[in-house]
Design a protein around this ligand. Structure first.
Ligand SMILES: [Zn+2]
Length: 414
């Protein structure tokens, strides 16, 4: 991508009201644009990052044997009433009426819709287990939406639903999802703690939250100063020592990036989603549900990976892998164009800063703000040594690399 054509206008100052660092940096880098409180547009750079996160999640869901579906956002009141949630999750359920005065909710979650769908198709134990997921817009009528992508009213969520024949089978899958979640967050460059949580209005018998430790987080957890133990504060009360190793527990602010629920029969009982087992007996389908908010995950990555100059994207979610920056000079221009084409041919994603009338200082400042993992500078000086300057966004040191070795070493690094 040529930066002269990129739909992106970086800003020197973020919103004055923006409290979260991720909000300031994503606005300044023009990854997102605020349309209304808690409602954001994703601009090309932001959309590229979002798509990378989607890809990671989709790969891990598929590896679990889950199939992708797409359920409507506009959901009829009658369905919410089958579980009593028309009242129970208001707020944050967004409610509206159509022109025939029929009431609808904009889905904040889809247990009722998917259970109804499965009820009409699953008859026998041979149809189970079944795992379905979607990546789709969700709505929440929040009281207060500040903090950028951390607390929003419209957002994209991955929601996975599991349908099993018995508790043991369901719990085995629940544990598999837990491991898949750790892989997803790791690939996004995040270290998370998984803590037992309150099932809230989703309900069910067992629930875990995945927390990224961050000072801007609105939640808090107690983590062990020595081992990997972590717990929700409400659950644990005033205890001070770790139940696993007796060391001290420390309170940390955190951001919830994932939440999983073992629902048991809560929805299948209300919606009468049954199956006939091996002995010909009618049983309730055993369910679980598993969510990740993608925008919030993106913001959490920025909360963890940044410095005073801007964002430092982990390679797998970066909008581009390489930021190619030519300084002035005829030879520099032709050589950097050649490199640009060469990278593209080799499948390296490159943002080529071909903008005229921009000082090197401004180019470097934008590169630091946008946070692409590798910066390559081509100048008269470097070309005298048949080389370019390579700098990792996460490191201070600059390396001179011979042009003939460049693609090979980049492919290894990307
Ligand atoms: Zn411990």
């Amino acid at each position: 991508m040529r930066q002269s054509k990129l739909f992106c206008k970086t800003k020197k100052e973020g919103f004055k009201t923006a409290e979260a660092i991720s909000h300031r940096l994503l606005i300044r880098g023009d990854f997102i644009d605020q349309l209304a409180s808690g409602v954001y547009s994703f601009l090309p750079l932001g959309k590229r990052v979002h798509r990378k996160i989607e890809r990671i999640i989709r790969e891990e869901m598929t590896a679990l044997g889950a199939q992708e579906v797409y359920l409507p956002i506009l959901t009829p009141k009658r369905l919410w009433e089958t579980t009593g949630r028309w009242e129970k999750i208001d707020p944050p359920l967004f409610k509206l009426k159509d022109r025939h005065r029929k009431e609808f909710g904009l889905g904040p979650t889809h247990e009722e819709v998917i259970t109804e769908l499965v009820r009409t198709r699953i008859k026998s134990y041979r149809d189970l287990p079944l795992y379905l997921f979607q990546i789709q817009a969700k709505f929440r009528n929040e009281m207060r939406s500040t903090g950028g992508l951390l607390r929003v009213r419209e957002f994209i969520m991955k929601d996975l639903y599991s349908f099993d024949r018995e508790k043991e089978e369901a719990i085995t899958f629940y544990k598999k999802v837990k491991r898949a979640y750790f892989r997803i967050f790791k690939r996004c460059g995040l270290k998370v703690v998984c803590v037992k949580a309150d099932p809230g209005t989703i309900g069910g018998e067992l629930s875990h939250e995945f927390m990224v430790l961050s000072d801007t987080g609105e939640d808090s957890v107690l983590i062990c100063s020595k081992c990997d133990f972590g717990t929700n504060i409400q659950k644990f009360g005033k205890k001070k020592t770790c139940p696993q190793c007796q060391n001290r527990l420390i309170k940390k602010n955190c951001i919830e990036v994932g939440h999983i629920f073992y629902l048991a029969e809560k929805y299948s009982r209300a919606i009468e989603a049954n199956f006939i087992d091996k002995k010909g007996k009618k049983n309730k389908i055993i369910m679980g549900c598993y969510g990740i908010g993608l925008g919030r995950l993106m913001a959490s990555i920025v909360e963890v990976h940044h410095d005073e100059k801007g964002i430092i994207w982990p390679i797998e979610v970066a909008p581009f892998q390489v930021h190619l920056i030519p300084l002035s000079g005829k030879k520099v221009e032709s050589q950097s164009k050649r490199l640009y084409q060469d990278f593209q041919a080799k499948g390296i994603e490159v943002l080529f800063d071909d903008r005229a009338d921009i000082t090197p200082g401004e180019k470097f400042a934008d590169a630091d703000l946008i946070g692409i993992p590798f910066r390559i500078v081509v100048s008269e000086k470097t070309l005298k040594k048949d080389s370019v300057e390579v700098k990792k966004r996460s490191e201070k040191k600059i390396k001179l690399v011979k042009i003939k070795d460049l693609s090979r070493s980049l492919i290894n690094l990307c």
